[in-house]
Design a protein around this ligand. Structure first.
Ligand code: 13P
Length: 251
């Protein structure tokens, strides 16, 4: 059985003080059942505040990006060992906003994903197609390409240590959510791609859905057989809606 993960990607929202306020408010809601893992992905500057405020709780903290090298002359970058030392559990890599606005490439991700695993961090690898790619029937080609390239250097026996987030770009921040059929079909396809390298790991790897998830649509999405949780943007910024989504996942 795969433990669902509900992770809140805050994107470029919240100062350290606002982050602490959020964690203080959400913690009491997470004290009950623990059938789901809970993650928060704050901006770098708020990461230590979330680690501290979440101490002793089951909240896992993820960065929103990471460079693959451990140290060096890479101005503006943050390394896996720095994240580990700050108390992070993992890092989101390959988010479509980084691919779109900051030139993140599959070649860079082919280095980042194994570097995270090597450091003992859990990578949350984001993949997904644009509206135009879906309309042209290219969704599966895009997903196949991203999975092949981004996970190329990951040992087949370690694939289940990666968390994959299927985030159709047309559903991100738009209020347009994938239909249950679209989400299930794409995520089952991604699992089949992993099975081409290891059947066993494909059974274990967690694949999340992301894109306009909220407390209202979460029950249907999280009830789908291949959907192992959600990467939540906007609805993760408020303690109430985030806690409601976690509760839906059995948390
Ligand atoms: P929204 O939930 O705001 O659509 O964002 C999804 C996302 O990009 C999570 O990484």
């Amino acid at each position: 059985m795969r433990t669902p993960l509900i992770a809140g990607n805050w994107k470029m929202y919240k100062t350290a003080a606002q982050a602490q306020e959020f964690v203080d408010a959400v913690r009491p809601h997470l004290d009950g059942a623990d059938a789901a893992d809970v993650g928060i992905c704050p901006p770098f500057l708020a990461l230590p505040a979330v680690v501290q405020a979440a101490g002793g709780s089951r909240i896992q903290v993820f960065a929103q990006n990471m460079y693959h090298a451990d140290e060096g002359a890479f101005t503006g970058e943050v390394s896996p060992s720095m994240l580990l030392a700050a108390g992070a559990h993992g890092a989101v890599v390959g988010h479509s906003e980084r691919r779109q606005h900051f030139g993140e490439t599959d070649a860079a991700l082919a280095l980042k994903v194994p570097a995270a695993l090597e450091a003992g961090l859990t990578p949350i690898l984001c993949i997904g197609e644009t509206q135009a790619e879906r309309e042209h029937g290219e969704t599966e080609d895009k997903l196949r390409h991203q999975i092949q390239e981004d996970l190329a250097e990951v040992d087949p026996d370690r694939l289940a240590q990666v968390v994959i987030a299927y985030e159709p770009i047309w559903a991100i921040g738009t209020g347009v959510v994938a239909t249950p059929e679209q989400a299930q079909e794409a995520i089952a396809f991604v699992r089949a791609l992993i099975a081409e390298r290891s059947r066993e790991q494909a059974e274990q790897v967690r694949i999340l859905y992301g894109g306009s998830v909220n407390a209202e649509n979460a029950p249907e999405l999280l009830g789908l057989p291949d959907v192992d949780g959600a990467l939540v943007g906007g609805a993760s910024l408020k303690p109430d809606s985030f806690a409601a989504i976690v509760a839906t996942a059995g948390g």
